[in-house]
Structures are given as C-alpha cells and as structure tokens.
Design a protein around this ligand. Structure first.
Ligand code: PEP
Ligand code: MN
Length: 336
C-alpha cells in the first residue's frame, strides 16, 4: 500500500486521480482530502513509486507498513474528533455515554436518562436489538425501542447511541439515533461494517471479545474504507482464563491504540468487568490511561433489569462515579 501526499489544487487532484486510475490503482481520499491513498493488491515496484512522485501536485510518495492505512497514524491524519450531539469525542474532553443495557419501557428509559443527563454525561445508550447468548432471553423492543430513544432524547437533550446487529436493524436505527454501535460479537461481520460505513453517522466500534488490536483496527478500516471517518473505538474487555471478572479489561490496548491510530478510544468498564464495584475504579483508570471517554450501564432498578442487571449501576452509585471521574479528569487537565 502506498500513501500519496499531495498539495494539489482540486483540479490537479482530479488529474492525479486519473493518472492513478490509469495505472490500475484504486484511489481513496484520506482526512481533509489534500492527501490520497492508493491501495493495490500487487507488490508496488520502485518504478511505479517514481511515476507517482512525478505527477504534478504530488508532494511525497510513501510505502505504508501497516495494513490499517486509513485508521493508522501513518496516514498523517490529525487526531479524529467525532461529534455526537454536544459531545466532541477525541477533542480532549472525557465523554461519558451511559444508560441501560436495553430499552425496556418509556418509564425505565426516562428515569435512566434523567440521571444520565443530570450527571453531566452527554450521550444516552440503550440497546433495542440485543445480541443475546440465549434465544430465550429478552431480545429487545426493536423499532419501538428506537422510538422511545428518540422521544427521551428530545426530552432530556441527550444524544443517543444504539447497537445494530444486521442490515435490517441498521436501516431502522439510522432514522432514530445519533450514533450506531457495532457490538463485540459483530466486530468481524465485514458486510455489516461496510453497511455502517456507507451511512453517514458516527460509529462506536467495540473490540471483539477475542480480537487482537490489529484485527480491531482492521475492522475500523472497513468502515473508513467506505468513506465514513467518524469511528470511535471501544475497549470492552477480552476473554481470558479469569472467571472472577466477566472479561479482562485490556487498558494497555487503550494507550497503545492511541499511538497506533488517530481515532478516539473509549472504555466500557461494565462489560469488561461485569461487576458494579469495579466500574468506578476502572473508569478512573481508563481516564488516566488516556481514554477519550467511557460507556457505562445504568439502570433505575438494576435488580429488575431485563438484561445485564448484575453489572448495571444504580443512580446513586453512577452519580458518585461521575464525581470521581470528574476529579481524575480535572487532575489530568481534561474537561469532564
Ligand atoms: C452492549 O453494549 O450492551 C453489548 C452487548 O456490548 P458488547 O458488544 O461489548 O458485548
Ligand atoms: Mn449490556
């Protein structure tokens, strides 16, 4: 893969594109569009690099070592800031996304959303198409849940994110929410990633529960390659031999991915630990590790939740956690 950096005008850019296409290379814009990336399946020979370097308007031609050309820092793109409602994820602020695992009723969602909004969090989460391990478990309210999300968002002023699990749920969700979540179980559902990439909405891409960092970044690459650069990565714990926690939170991945990629990274301490008493400490640690935000499950009555109640915070615990996250954020000079 080669990266062609240009300082060409728009008309020159069109010419650069024509020359590259003539060479049988696929052209994809990166970042502001002042650069272009060529992707080819064949080994690039030195003479091709020379031809590329000689095209008027081309400043530099580089071979890129990493396979995630668009998601990687080598693309030269500046830190990506993903705007969702009032949130600017990746801007330096610590963005908090919170809400129930699943939307269950208007009352449940509204109660949760009021707590979320009062705490200073900017985005409401709520699953309406749930990928459950058992076919007998609550599968979500589907379109009715999306309607409730939109309604509660309007009342509370929060932006919304919900998970999409296939093209049908994606088609429905785009009409109602501000951000689309691709869950751990679908991180390598490449057709879904492409479909999400073709929609012009921000995407929250969870790490697969047994995905390497490179596989995770390649999943992001699928979305970026479709022309959607608004991707936020989410570390949600990986499977290990440990059974006292639901998953093992890989905080080192957060700091590492920040060096490998220009995309924002957030942490989900709820699914990572599965234990309410670990959510506040892991949220504080996530901020300290450089995460751009957190996503936390909150339920007005966790003991009555239809999904993930055991790991959901009650309103008082969540409110206390938010104060602690604010303290750590400010200590690090970051806006909470
Ligand atoms: C969720 O956010 O409720 C969820 C199912 O998360 P994950 O895909 O990380 O398991
Ligand atoms: Mn959940």
């Amino acid at each position: 893969m080669i990266l062609v950096e240009t300082d060409a005008s728009e008309s020159q850019m069109a010419e650069v594109g024509r020359v590259l296409n003539g060479l049988g290379l696929e052209v994809r814009p990166v970042g502001s569009g002042r650069q272009i990336v060529c992707v080819t399946g064949e080994d690039l020979q030195a003479p091709v690099m020379e031809v590329l370097g000689a095209i008027p308007g081309v400043r530099r031609v580089r071979q890129v070592g990493r396979p995630y050309v668009l998601a990687g820092r080598e693309s030269g793109a500046e830190a990506t800031v993903v705007r969702v409602g009032r949130a600017a994820i990746g801007s330096g602020e610590v963005t908090v996304i919170a809400g129930p695992c699943a939307v269950e009723s208007r009352e449940q969602l509204l109660d949760a959303a009021r707590v979320v909004a009062a705490s200073g969090a900017k985005i409401l989460r709520g699953g309406t198409y749930k990928p459950r391990t058992s076919p007998y478990s609550f599968q979500g309210l589907e379109r009715r849940g999306l309607e409730l999300l939109a309604e509660v968002a309007a009342v509370t002023g929060l932006a919304t994110v919900t998970e999409v699990i296939d093209e049908r749920s994606l088609e429905a969700a785009v009409e109602y929410v501000d951000m689309l979540q691709v869950g751990s179980r679908n991180m390598q559902n490449f057709h879904l990633l492409q479909a999400v990439g073709r929609v012009g909405k921000p995407v929250l891409l969870k790490r697969g529960m047994s995905a390497t960092i490179e596989e995770w970044l390649m999943a992001a690459e699928y979305i970026l390659a479709e022309g959607n650069g608004q991707v936020v990565l989410c570390e949600r714990g990986i499977r290990t031999f440990e059974t006292y926690t639901r998953n093992t939170l890989d905080l080192s991945a957060v700091s590492l991915v920040k060096t490998l990629s220009h995309l924002p990274v957030i942490v989900d301490p709820s699914h990572a630990t599965g234990r309410p008493e670990l959510i506040a400490p892991m949220s504080r640690a996530a901020v300290a590790a450089g995460a751009d935000g957190i996503i936390v499950e909150v339920h007005p009555k966790p003991e009555r939740a239809l999904c993930d109640g055991k790991q959901s915070l009650d309103p008082a615990t969540f409110t206390q956690m938010m104060l602690e996250v604010g303290t750590v954020s400010r200590a690090l000079g970051r806006e909470a």
